[in-house]
Design a protein around this ligand. Structure first.
Ligand SMILES: [Zn+2]
Length: 492
């Protein structure tokens, strides 16, 4: 199991303002957390900050908590069902901070108080004042802490402090020189360590996944339970006729193309043949730092919209809609992209997610021609011109660059849409919804609104692909192809 900590940019600002004093002295602070439990990673989400009252801490030399402060905070945490976080600052520190002997004694001493009050492990955090680097550890027992791998602050700008011992910076390779010269080796080191998940391995997802591999990311996952079909070939660039004839899993095709495009010395490509609308898919998603939503149906997008806020994992979503005249000629096309993070409106507030459509999608009615006819509605548009797929993926990737590299010191823009008839880029005026259920569930983690459901339909599809019989001629070709691929990707 890996451990990490996440907080909204707003919460981080409150804690930073308190911990970094004008007089340059150390300070201490207490907060609470809830868990966001993935398959391989557990994340503590900072939930609320409990500021000290007069006399509840000492700030001379080594700052310290009074037990009155810890007990009051532990009581508040227990009432809320949260865990306890003890924080302190190292004003002159930079990078991932280690524990001094005094820090260790203090945290170890309060570990039992925190655990007996909250029934959850205590969390210790340190803020390095020089470069506002956070570090964190979980206290599962009082003798030795378990270090987190990263601490992320999530707002329109994503800032991650990495534990260099648990996730060291990979070396820069020859094929990355041009990329590194554009944003520097420090940014490269931070960006390539992000674990990024692409949900949907169709035209846009396939393109995004390859670009991430080419950027040098060392862990990229693709989630899709679908197979490649001949009708996909006009837009799944890189997928072959053999892929379609074999009915290969889209994640397998993505994995092959990513391995070809990868510039890192080693890349971990993770294939998830599951649906994001299933609780298993959600738990897998919680192992990642950033998610691309490359799916076009309401239910999966609603699940991802929830994760973006509840679990503080930025989701970059987008799509394209084309309209035609009655005689079939193209009328117009609009593609939209938006990054979902605290501080930016969610898809429901943007009008990109309608609750009724999510229900219809859950019932399977959006794909049912009889229902569509009876409801006098329009089928969801699956139309897309192959030549425009790259416009959507390009716009999504540009949002990713803004999120992680902050060009001009700015993070992700407001939601964007591009109108092709006039070639106009529009900036949305939608704002965060004060009564929005998704946004109000920010940092609720495992208490998120349960939108995912256990279903068998996608499982049957995966199972059918695995047991499908294929002509021997095609199987032989597949073997030759995979051997060739293996040798080619080994060239250094
Ligand atoms: Zn909203």
């Amino acid at each position: 199991m890996r451990y990490s900590v996440a907080m909204s940019g707003e919460t981080e600002a409150v804690m930073r303002d308190h911990l970094l004093r004008e007089d340059g002295q150390e300070d201490v602070l207490i907060a609470t957390y809830v868990l966001s439990t993935g398959i391989e990673r557990t994340t503590a989400l900072i939930r609320s900050v409990i500021l000290p009252r007069d006399g509840e801490r000492h700030v001379h030399g080594n700052a310290s908590f009074t037990s009155a402060y810890v007990l009051r905070a532990a009581h508040e945490a227990r009432l809320a069902g949260h865990g306890l976080v003890l924080l302190h600052s190292h004003p002159g520190g930079s990078g991932w901070q280690q524990l001094s002997l005094t820090d260790r004694e203090t945290e170890s001493e309060y570990e039992r108080v925190a655990r007996s009050a909250t029934k959850m492990p205590m969390l210790g955090m340190t803020l390095g004042g020089k470069d506002t680097a956070w570090s964190a550890r979980f206290w599962f027992n009082r003798s030795e802490p378990t270090w987190a791998e990263s601490v992320r602050s999530v707002s329109p700008t994503l800032a991650v402090t990495w534990n260099e011992e648990l996730r060291p910076v990979p070396s820069i390779t020859r094929s990355q020189e041009r990329t590194v010269s554009s944003w520097g080796d420090r940014a490269q080191g931070e960006i390539v360590r992000l674990r990024v998940l692409v949900v949907g391995g169709g035209s846009v997802g396939l393109d995004v996944a390859q670009r991430l591999a080419a950027t040098g990311l060392i862990t990229v996952g693709v989630m899709d339970y679908d197979s490649v079909e001949p009708r996909n070939l006009d837009r799944m660039i890189g997928a072959t006729r053999l892929d379609a004839a074999l009915g290969r899993a889209k994640v397998d095709v993505a994995a092959r193309l990513m391995a070809t495009a990868a510039t890192a010395d080693t890349i971990e490509i993770r294939r998830h043949e599951v649906s994001i609308t299933d609780p298993v898919g959600v738990r897998i998603a919680l192992d990642y730092d950033v998610i691309f939503s490359c799916v076009d149906t309401p239910w999966p997008r609603a699940v991802l919209n929830g994760i973006a806020y509840a679990d503080l994992i930025p989701v970059i979503d987008g799509g394209i809609a084309l309209t035609t005249f009655s005689d079939g000629r193209m009328r117009n096309g609009i593609w939209r992209t938006h990054a979902l993070t605290p501080g930016r409106p969610c898809m429901a507030c943007l009008g990109q997610l309608v609750a009724g459509d999510v229900s219809l999608d859950k019932l399977g009615l959006l794909e049912d021609p009889k229902y569509i006819e009876g409801a006098n509605g329009e089928a969801p548009s699956h139309q897309n011109v192959a030549a425009l797929s790259a416009s959507v993926s390009a716009s999504l990737l540009a949002q990713f660059v803004s999120l992680v590299a902050h060009p001009g010191g700015r993070g992700v823009p407001v939601p964007l849409h591009y109108v092709i008839s006039t070639h106009t880029l529009m900036h949305s005026t939608a704002s965060c919804g004060p009564y929005c259920a998704y946004e109000n569930a920010t940092a609720t983690g495992d208490h998120r609104i349960p939108i995912a459901e256990h279903r068998v339909d996608w499982r049957e599809e995966v199972e059918a692909r695995k047991t499908k019989r294929r002509p021997i001629r095609l199987v032989a070709l597949a073997v030759i192809e995979s051997l060739l691929h293996r040798f080619v990707t080994r060239i250094r």
